[in-house]
Structure formats: structure tokens, C-alpha cells
Design a protein around this ligand. Structure first.
Ligand code: GTP
Length: 570
């Protein structure tokens, strides 16, 4: 293919706006996959992705399309749809010259639409707005067109209205890709410069790196070097993705494909890295960052005898996902385990789900926390720290307050889009979470877009639920039922004591559920024969007083089983 006939593009969208459905239609229209088969979301390969209906790992496909007698090669680079993976999105986008920005005709612009738009805008890509789901009864494509014009400054006549589900007008999208997205600017005569924009691990073949060639050519047998690790490899296989791997002899600048080169785990082919030919070094492509975990949680086997099995499962999964960090950790209640770092909460859930599904492991995950930094007053005072600024990923390791001059925490810029009747409540919620308002604008007559700077810790666990509850009352009900369930579980698992134990669940200072573990009652009257009522009264009174005192000072030990029962179902 001459470069003139190549287009590299991505589809970006808010979760559920129809990105994968549109990708399937494009694959069918170009004959890449068979129309007769049930092609539900071919690009979502992992089981977790299919179950959750979200894209976790980017997948890529090369499509061949005939337009006005000319044959085109369209490289569709699928991007993850979730905010946890925005770095992966940005790297995938740097392999493209344009994007399809898909917006649901009923829901309109959502927070992730805005975030993705800016990633594409900053990468200076051509942006084709696609309004999807026009077949829905409540679809209002005209309103969405106006939102797009207002928020992104894209003229409304550039919007393509489609139904990815029914296939309506999808051909028009392919034509727009050819007309509005420029071919890649590349130099085939220069030495090789290839961007790694994704990598996966195959049990039998090792690491498969997805690459976009900016310059040069790569062939089987070439010696290549990673600009990040400086390690040299021999290329065993190159090819294109159709969407499954199809070996070719060479890959040329402008093309997107894969290569296999004896890399043992995905840390050797990190997203954003540049590959070049041995002895022909080039300036690495800009924007490379090692993945930086932002959410940490303890992970423990339910049964310590499972420790070694779990260890090998965690090792195997991290071979496939270089963005998870692993530190050994132990807890008094839960035994030996690890402290794992993830990109975000969804990333953590997906990891956990994969452990369960692919390795049959069941684990306890503790409540996630974010990394903090502490600036120490003097490193001399604290022998174990050599640096003045330390990063803390485990709450148990917080240094003593007297030795710290300043604590730092991660913050994120969040976008919230809400019907205007909830604006006041949303603003109150944000303030309660220590957020600082940065911007506010009406995106149409009754929808407001708010931008806030949030401390990550304040939003990482339940912010989204709280936000939803403002309009539905959902979270409070949930708090009640979850609180009640935990109290009941604790009640059943705690051994009875000589005193009564009150188990309470609280949201802030408000008690939302309570259970009581009744006290054992020692029969203090057992040795008291006869009917001396005053003696009986005295003994009972002393017992009652004793219990009162016990209740005040009585610490109870929560057995490990009880912990596990409570933590597990959260
Ligand atoms: P992520 O992978 O999580 O980013 O989601 P996605 O954007 O890929 O969305 P997906 O393609 O999975 O579609 C989400 C839901 O919307 C699915 O139930 C689709 O069947 C449905 N859907 C997609 N396109 C259309 C459409 O044109 N009309 C209607 N009515 N439903 C659609």
C-alpha cells in the first residue's frame, strides 16, 4: 500500500455509547469478519471484557476498503473505554491521525466524551463526530449536535448520525475516514522508528507487541532495540491484525501490526516505548511514561495454605499487565499477602475478577487507598528513610507526624455533567469531598458541565455512587442494606463474650444498622442454696456492675474467620 492510501484511526466514546458495536459493523462492512456469524464485539477479547461489556485492553484490526475504485488500508485502533486507562488511550491515539468521537443520541455528551475529546485534540487529530443510536425512541440527535458545537466547537453539519446496531449510515463513516483523516506522515527510507502502543502476553509465543511504524521497515530476522530498556531482540515474526494475527514478511512505515521478538514479559514491551534497529538509534517518540499505579490495596489468600498458588497466579497475571505493581505485605488478621498497585478501581476489579476466573483463586482485597507523600523534617531523624520525600502506599507505614513537615496527596481534574436541577447538590457533594471548582458551563439549555480538582482519596471508592444517589436515592438505601448485612455477618461470626457486644454500622456519624451479640450469662446463683433473696440480689447486682465495667474496657478480639466473612462479600 502506498502511504496515500493508508488511514490510521481510533474510536473514542463514553462507556456504552456504542464503540464496540460500531467497530463490529466496520469490520463486517469491509469483509474483515463474516456478517453471518454472531459478531458480538469481536474486538473485546477477554472474558472479563465481554462480561462487563467494557474494553480493557486495546485491540486493533486492519481493514481493506474499496472506495471509488481505490483500495484503502484502514487501521482501526481500538482504545480502552475507561478513565483508568487514559494513558493507554493517549498512546493508542499517538498511532493515529484521526478519531471517530461516538456520542449516544439519547445521553448526549458525557464526562468521558469530554476527556477523550481533549486527548484527541491535544494529539492534533482530525475528529469526526458520530452520533450513535439514532434508532432509540428517546434519541435527540439535534440536541446532541448542538452540544457538540458548543462544547467542542465542531460545526454541527460535520456530525454523522448512525445506528451502529442496525447498521444505518455506517458506510458514511468509512467514507468520512477516507475524506477527513489524512494519511500518516512517514518516511519509509529513514531507519526504523516504531511505537509500541499495546502489548499482550501469549503463553506459547511470549510477548506480542502491537506497533505503529512511523519510519522505516521491519522484517523477520531484524535486530531491534527498545529505547526504554536498551535491550536487543531478534524479530521472530511480524504481521498485521485482521483482527487475529496474520504473519507478513515485513511491516512498512504507515502500517500498524504486531511483532514477536523473544520478549519474556510485558515490562519489556511497555506501552509508549520506541523500537529501532540495532546500531541505527533514533530519537524516541515523545510521551513515554511508565505506568503509575494510583490505587493500592492489600491482597490476601482466604486460606494461608493457598499462598503459593495465589503467588504464582499473581505472577502470571502481572506478566500480562505491566501496570500492576506488587509488594509483599502482611497483616495480623489476614496473614501473608501483597500490596498491589493499580491504575484505578476498575483496573483493580478486573484484576481480581481475572484471578478468580482464570486461576480459580479467591482472595480478600482490602479497601483501596491512594499513595501519599510525606516531606520529612530531617532524614537524619529517621534512619530507615534515606530520602527527604517518601511515598507511602500502605497506611500502616505512615511516618510519625512529628517528623513530617508536609503531606502531599494525588489530585485529579474531574468533569461532571449533570441536569441543572442537581447542580446545587452536586456542588455541595464536591465541596464535602474537599474539591476545588475550576470551571462551570451550560452545555445545553438544562445540562451543566462542572470541572473540579479532587483529592483522589476522596473519590476513589464511593464518589460515583454518591453522585448517582443525588438523583436516585440509591446510595442511602445501599448503605443501609450493606451496613445491615455486615452487622449480621459479624454477629454470626463473633464468639459470645461475658458482656454484650453492640455492632454498629455508621455512615459518617450516623448509625445506620445495629446488631447485638448477647452476653454469656454465668450463673452466679448456682452456689446460692436456699431462698435468701437479699443475697441473690447482691450477687446479681455485683454481676451487673462487673459487666458494665467490662463493657467499658472490654476489647474483643475479632477472629480471622469473622474478618474474612465480613470483608469477602464487600
Ligand atoms: P465500552 O467498550 O465499555 O466502551 O462500551 P462501548 O462504547 O463499546 O459500547 P457497546 O458497543 O458495548 O454498546 C453498548 C450498548 O449499546 C450495547 O448494549 C449495544 O447493543 C447498544 N448499542 C450500540 N449501538 C447501538 C445503536 O445504534 N442503537 C441501539 N439501540 N443500541 C445500540
Amino acid at each position: 500500500f502506498s502511504v496515500e492510501n493508508i488511514r490510521n484511526f481510533s474510536i473514542i466514546a463514553h462507556v456504552d455509547h456504542g464503540k464496540s458495536t460500531l467497530a463490529d459493523r466496520l469490520l463486517e462492512l469491509t469483509g474483515t469478519i463474516d456478517k453471518t456469524k454472531n459478531n458480538k464485539q469481536v474486538l473485546d477479547k477477554l472474558q472479563v471484557e465481554r462480561e462487563r461489556g467494557i474494553t480493557v485492553k486495546a485491540q486493533t484490526a486492519s481493514l481493506f476498503y474499496n472506495c471509488e475504485g481505490k483500495q484503502y488500508l484502514l487501521n482501526l485502533i481500538d482504545t480502552p473505554g475507561h478513565v483508568d486507562f487514559s494513558y493507554e488511550v493517549s498512546r493508542s491515539l499517538s498511532a493515529c491521525q484521526g478519531v471517530l468521537l461516538v456520542v449516544d443520541a439519547n445521553e448526549g455528551i458525557q464526562a468521558q466524551t469530554v476527556a477523550n475529546f481533549f486527548l484527541a485534540f491535544e494529539a492534533q487529530l482530525s475528529i469526526i463526530p458520530v452520533i450513535n443510536k439514532v434508532d432509540l425512541k428517546n434519541a435527540d440527535p439535534e440536541r446532541v449536535e448542538k452540544q457538540i458545537e458548543k462544547v467542542f466547537d465542531i460545526p454541527s453539519d460535520e456530525c454523522i448520525k448512525i445506528s451502529a446496531k442496525l447498521g444505518t449510515n455506517v458506510e458514511r463513516v468509512l467514507q468520512a475516514v477516507i475524506e477527513r483523516i489524512p494519511p500518516p506522515k512517514v518516511h519509509r527510507k529513514n531507519p526504523l522508528k516504531a511505537l509500541v502502543f499495546d502489548s499482550t502476553f501469549d503463553q506459547y509465543r511470549g510477548v506480542i507487541a502491537n506497533v505503529a511504524l512511523f519510519d522505516g521497515v521491519v522484517s523477520k530476522g531484524d535486530k531491534i532495540v527498545s529505547a526504554h530498556t536498551k535491550k536487543t531482540y531478534e524479530v521472530n515474526e511480524v504481521g498485521v491484525l485482521n483482527p487475529n494475527e496474520q504473519p507478513t514478511h515485513k511491516l512498512y512505515a504507515g502500517q500498524v501490526g504486531y511483532l514477536i521478538a523473544g520478549m519474556k514479559d510485558v515490562t519489556e514491551a511497555q506501552i509508549g516505548d520506541t523500537l529501532y534497529l540495532h546500531k541505527q538509534p533514533v530519537e524516541p517518540l515523545p510521551g513515554f511514561k511508565s505506568a503509575k499505579p494510583m490505587v493500592f490495596a492489600g491482597m490476601y489468600p482466604i486460606d494461608q495454605s493457598e499462598y503459593n498458588n495465589l503467588k504464582s497466579a499473581v505472577e502470571k497475571l502481572t506478566i500480562n499487565d505491566s501496570s500492576v505493581t506488587v509488594h509483599r505485605d502482611s497483616s495480623l488478621a489476614l496473614g501473608a499477602g501483597w500490596r498491589l498497585g493499580f491504575l484505578g478501581l476498575l483496573h483493580m476489579e478486573v484484576f481480581n475478577q481475572r484471578l478468580e476466573q482464570e486461576y480459580n483463586a479467591s482472595v480478600i482485597l482490602t479497601t483501596p487507598t491512594v499513595p501519599y507523600k510525606a516531606v520529612l523534617s530531617s532524614t537524619k531523624l529517621i534512619k530507615e528513610y534515606r530520602e527527604k520525600e517518601i511515598t507511602i502506599i500502605n497506611p500502616a507505614q505512615f511516618p510519625d507526624k512529628s517528623k513530617v513537615t508536609e503531606y502531599l496527596e494525588p489530585v485529579v481534574l474531574g468533569t461532571i455533567i449533570t441536569p441543572d436541577e442537581y447542580t446545587g447538590k452536586v456542588m455541595m457533594l464536591c465541596q464535602a469531598r474537599r474539591a476545588v471548582q475550576k470551571n462551570m458551563m451550560y452545555i445545553d439549555q438544562n445540562r451543566v458541565m462542572l470541572k473540579y480538582l479532587f483529592p483522589l482519596n476522596e473519590i476513589v471508592v464511593d464518589f460515583y455512587d454518591s453522585l448517582k444517589s443525588l438523583s436516585s436515592g440509591y446510595a442511602r438505601d445501599k448503605a443501609h442494606s450493606v451496613g445491615k448485612a455486615i452487622c449480621e455477618r459479624l454477629k454470626d461470626s463473633l464468639p459470645r463474650q461475658l458482656f454484650e457486644i453492640a455492632i454498629q454500622a455508621a455512615v459518617g456519624s450516623k448509625i445506620i444498622a445495629r446488631e447485638t451479640v448477647k452476653a454469656y450469662r454465668k450463673n452466679v446463683l448456682a452456689k446460692c442454696y436456699g431462698g435468701d433473696i437479699t443475697r441473690k440480689m447482691k450477687l446479681l447486682k455485683r454481676q451487673a456492675e462487673g459487666k458494665k465495667k467490662l463493657r467499658k474496657i472490654g476489647n474483643i478480639e475479632v477472629p480471622k474467620d469473622a474478618f474474612i466473612k465480613v470483608l469477602k462479600t464487600q
